[in-house]
Ligand binder design. Structure first.
Ligand code: C2E
Ligand code: MG
Ligand code: MG
Ligand code: MG
Length: 281
């Protein structure tokens, strides 16, 4: 066995590949270790309502401050956590942290938590959400879960059932990164989403690339006709903001308002945008 395997997989021993595998194994070990030590942190980015001209909530974004490498992007470590089966405990940890934190905010503010496809289809999601609400005392209506299109394609039947169970808890659900996946527009109609988040790739090209304004306008129109809120992600310029406002987008989120901030800075962000009367409890 050894010989055949060695011959068949000789490419593994190319030095470059070997180094990459080595780095990956180190990252896996560090990730397990980080989870056991709770070496993660949740940052919060405000979501701004164009109806009220105030912050209406925050998105919880996971951060891993690696002892040697510094901050590693969730885009890099979430896929590894999914493969290793660590995404379920990690995702439940984020959920509890975010719900707990949100109980300290003024009542009108929601917290949005990202749920990976793997976590979404795990048997424990609905229970985890119910438990997080019970433990922290956060009303379900103040929690929103963000799900990407990949979830729908994998198993539409199970997805519908899970979405309905979540909604029975009063929780809202948002379709994240809309426009980047493979699902068709008709999918949107068949699932009970409360919100569509327009992916930042479309927002980035607003006022720059021909045709993008039209796409954004179409998505906002679609959301409106389906009774869903539309939120634009990655808003960085006043020009983009003006355009989104003109098109009737409901909410915006991006560096123009604030980068994601650590929990210690959330109160200051609320104060800055919503004023003293609506500051943190
Ligand atoms: P996402 O849910 O679409 O989150 C938005 C991403 O855009 C965040 O990146 C945020 O920091 C970034 N962003 C916000 N405003 C701007 C802007 O104006 N310009 C630009 N260029 N970027 C902006 P982040 O925090 O690196 O997260 C990346 C992705 O990782 C998230 O995309 C989400 O899919 C995933 N993620 C983050 N936290 C969690 C988590 O707790 N659980 C799961 N399952 N996934 C998470
Ligand atoms: Mg998100
Ligand atoms: Mg997104
Ligand atoms: Mg994204």
């Amino acid at each position: 066995r050894g010989k055949a395997e060695a011959r068949g997989s000789f490419r593994f021993f190319e030095p470059e590949m070997d180094a990459r595998l080595q780095a990956r194994r180190v990252l896996e070990r560090d990730l397990r270790d980080a989870l056991s030590r709770e070496a993660f942190e949740v940052y919060y980015q405000p979501i701004y309502s164009l109806d009220t001209d105030r912050i209406c909530g925050f998105e919880a974004l996971l951060r891993w401050n690696h002892p040697q490498r510094g901050f590693i992007s969730p885009a890099e470590f979430i896929p590894i956590a999914e493969e290793l089966g660590l995404i379920v405990p990690l995702g439940e940890w984020v959920l509890r942290q975010a719900c707990e934190e949100a109980t300290r905010w003024p009542d009108g503010l929601k917290v949005a938590v990202n749920v990976s496809a793997v976590q979404f289809t795990s048997a424990s999601l609905v229970t985890a959400v119910r438990e997080a609400l019970r433990w922290t005392g956060l009303p379900g209506r103040r929690l929103e879960l963000e799900i990407t299109e990949s979830v729908l394609v994998a198993n539409p039947g199970a997805t519908t059932a899970i979405l309905h169970s979540l909604k029975a808890l009063g929780v809202r659900v948002a379709m994240d990164d809309f426009g980047t996946g493979y699902s068709s527009l008709s999918y949107l109609r068949s699932f009970p989403f409360d919100k569509i988040k327009i992916d930042q790739s479309f927002v980035r090209d607003l006022c720059i690339k021909d045709g993008t304004d039209f796409i954004v306008r179409a998505v906002i129109g679609l959301g409106a006709s389906l009774g869903m809120t539309t939120t634009a992600e990655g808003v960085e310029t006043e020009a983009q903001l003006a355009q989104l406002r003109a098109e009737g987008c409901d909410e915006v989120q991006g560096y123009l308002f604030s980068r994601p901030v650590p929990v210690s800075e959330v109160a200051a962000v609320i104060l800055r945008w919503n004023g003293a009367s609506r500051a943190i409890a």
